[in-house]
Design a protein around this ligand. Structure first.
Ligand code: KG4
Ligand code: ZN
Length: 327
């Protein structure tokens, strides 16, 4: 079964073709990051317009790279939320058009469920059940993934998402947008023990990151001479420590021996290393997708679409976008 996936929820236009849910035949991503950087963040209206300009070319390239024609596609999967409303509608309507014209199933995909599916791609042997830590620009959640279609949210952020904390702190440090990769790079040259930033204690397996951003802001106002590398490294350590500690605690409490990391912040070298060390100490297998499958991409959408189709789930032409946060 060959699925074409489409992703336009934020500032990446992507199309991918995936065979049997796991083998990526093509994955084309057009990033708009340069367009939005001068505004310090994603401008929703511009994002939607850029998706309209790119989508046709990106889908054509995905087909060419896979050496396939549209007639050979068995179903069209598209991220229909959460994300930016105008941006989501571009991909959704494009996918509807393709599915209608080729008389093939249309499958709406939850963007965050798709991030988890990035762990199934290429050579991965991961199968449920496992625990997932999803850390993206809009979400921070610990999920108990029971099978391909069932999961339980064990905890999520009470305020800022992990990626949001990286982006906002990078703004405080005057590093520009997008902040996550910039802090990651600087942190590698700094001392993570230089500043002991607070780690918010929240009930259960929930998180809170907004206080950390404020703490960095207050520290900067009082300590102008501390090198920015040290602040970046200390901030990153505070985020990584709390994510790692909570995830390991959840896996022990719920008896999971496999953890899968997902979302854009899964690219962070400090998090990859910190979680790996903690998993090794606790005899837990850790799965982390390649960086290209951690940030937004359509291969993960096609994968999620495949498993939904396997479970008999397809959508009608009335399928709408749901912009809001779901987990
Ligand atoms: O999953 P994603 O591509 O989009 C959303 O669904 O939100 O995640 C984007 C987020 C941004 O906040 C970005 O700063 C963060 O992932 N990010 C990183 C790194 N690479 C991307 N955060 C920390 N370290 C990185 N290396
Ligand atoms: Zn995402």
């Amino acid at each position: 079964m060959i699925i074409l996936g489409i992703e336009t929820s934020c500032d990446e236009t992507s199309a991918a073709i995936v065979k049997n849910g796991r083998t990526v035949l093509s994955n084309v991503i057009a990033s708009q990051v340069d367009v939005h950087a001068k505004f310090g963040g994603v401008v929703p209206e511009i994002a939607a317009r850029k998706h309209i300009e790119s989508i046709d070319y990106i889908v054509t390239e995905a087909l060419q790279n896979a050496g396939l024609s549209l007639q050979e596609i068995g179903g069209f999967a598209v991220a229909n939320g959460p994300g930016l409303a105008g941006a989501l509608l571009v991909g959704l309507n494009y996918a509807k058009g393709l599915a209608y014209a080729h008389k093939k199933p249309l499958i709406g995909v939850h963007h965050i469920e798709a991030h988890v599916c990035a762990n199934y791609l290429d050579e991965s042997d991961l199968e449920p059940p496992f625990l997932a830590l999803v850390v993206s620009g809009g979400h921070t959640s610990i999920l108990a993934v029971k099978d391909y279609d069932t999961y339980e949210v064990l905890g999520s952020t009470r305020d800022d998402a992990a990626g949001e904390a990286f982006d906002k702190t990078a703004r405080v440090l005057k590093l520009g947008y997008p902040g996550g990769p910039k802090i990651d790079k600087l942190a590698a040259e700094g001392n993570p023990l230089a500043v002991n930033f607070p780690k918010a204690k929240v009930e259960g397996f929930n998180f809170s990151f907004s206080g950390l951003k404020t703490a960095v802001m207050q520290f900067m106002a009082k300590n102008e001479t501390v090198p920015v590398e040290d602040i970046a490294a200390s901030f990153q350590k505070a985020v990584v420590d709390v994510l790692t500690e909570r995830t390991i605690a959840a896996s022990i409490q719920y008896g999971y021996k496999k953890i899968a990391l997902a979302g854009g912040v899964a690219c962070n070298r400090g998090l990859r290393e910190g979680l790996k060390n903690a998993c090794d100490e606790n005899g837990i297998d850790l799965y982390i997708p390649k960086p290209i499958y951690c940030t937004d991409n359509a291969a993960m959408i096609a994968c999620r679409g495949y498993y939904k189709l396997q479970a008999g789930h397809t959508d009608g032409w009335g399928l709408n976008a749901f912009p809001g946060r779901m987990v």
